[in-house]
Design a protein. Structure first.
Ligand SMILES: [Zn+2]
Length: 321
């Protein structure tokens, strides 16, 4: 079973800007209970926001907290509402992020099996703010419809079963009671985001062997910069334009400048393609073709075959392209 290290968790909304209501329940209060059970086991950082006084401010504050942690898998807890009749369980993920889709579907399947909820399945989005604006991979869980009596009867009777099933889908075994390595055979290690400053200085005499983990984090980026003799070796892939295809490049710094990165420009020169410094789908596809990995234009998480091939080259001291 894949282990998805849960780095942050939060409940949506707050008392100043509450979400949905129904059956005498309020969304942020129910989601809080679930969120607390979640972080008790996963030890994820709590990114809940109680300060925002508008829905927008609440979302911005939550995502700012998520991006300060900036690693691996984020979970957002919500409840749906519609017309009192609609019911069931669903999980949202960023469209095109295959790892997120698999995780979202696994959570749906496990939770619905454990509770008898109607399985509405994994749902793709490019518009939900906590998913679109956060670094790493975020899933947003709708724990049933708060205005459905059927759903809330299930949730009140089986909340622990539901939470444990979701944790199981993420690779945490319920019985592990908070162990960070709950029985999964594949451990997905979160890759830290580059910190703004100061940049740790690599030892020039002892090039470290990279873990071939398929995750393009700061260590891999810095080694890549060293091997290709870039002037700046800061472990960052600067000024990238965020897209679904490159959002899993943990070493990337996203902004709207379109300036691009010198490392990517150098790579594009080596590949004989347009040198704009932006690691978008065309550049990713060209790198994949050059390395003979699946040419889908996406850097997948937690493990990209392309990045693994790059890491192998870097460990051998050669430029990947
Ligand atoms: Zn909500």
């Amino acid at each position: 079973m894949t282990k998805y290290n849960n780095s942050t968790s939060h409940r949506g909304h707050n008392a100043r800007t509450p979400g949905a209501a129904g059956n005498g329940l309020r969304e942020h209060e129910v989601a809080q209970t679930i969120h607390e059970k979640f972080i008790k086991v996963t030890k994820a950082v709590d990114c809940t926001d109680d300060a925002g006084t508008t829905a927008n401010a609440n979302l911005v504050n939550i995502v700012a907290k998520m991006n300060r942690v900036g690693i691996s898998f984020h979970v957002s807890h919500h409840l749906n509402a519609f017309n009192g009749q609609a019911n069931g369980f669903e999980v949202w993920y960023f469209a095109g992020n295959e790892t997120a889709r698999k995780l979202a579907q696994a959570i749906c399947d496990e939770v619905c099996k454990a509770t008898g909820w109607v399985n509405r399945g994994a749902k793709a989005t490019t518009s939900l703010y906590v998913i679109r604006a956060s670094v790493g991979t975020a899933v947003l869980i709708e724990w049933g419809f708060i205005d459905s009596k059927r759903d809330m009867d299930i949730l009140s009777g089986k909340m622990d079963d539901a939470v444990n099933a979701a944790l199981k889908a993420m690779g945490y075994s319920a019985s592990s009671g908070g162990s960070n390595n709950g029985g999964g055979s594949t451990v997905t290690t979160p890759t830290p985001q580059p910190t703004p400053s100061p940049t740790p200085t690599p030892s020039p005499t002892q090039p470290t062997q990279l873990a071939v983990d398929g995750s393009l984090g700061p260590l891999t980026a810095r080694r890549w910069q060293e091997v290709t003799k870039m002037q700046i070796r800061d472990g960052r892939i600067s000024h990238q334009w965020r897209q679904a295809q490159n959002q899993n490049i943990h070493a990337a710094v996203f902004d709207k400048t379109l300036i691009g990165s010198n490392l990517i420009r150098d790579t594009q020169r080596r590949l004989g393609i347009k040198q704009d410094g932006l690691c978008g789908p065309q550049t990713i596809t060209a790198m994949q073709r050059a390395k003979g990995t699946t040419a889908d234009g996406f850097i997948s998480a937690p493990q990209s075959q392309l990045v693994m091939a790059i890491q192998q080259d870097l460990n051998a001291g050669r430029s990947p392209f």
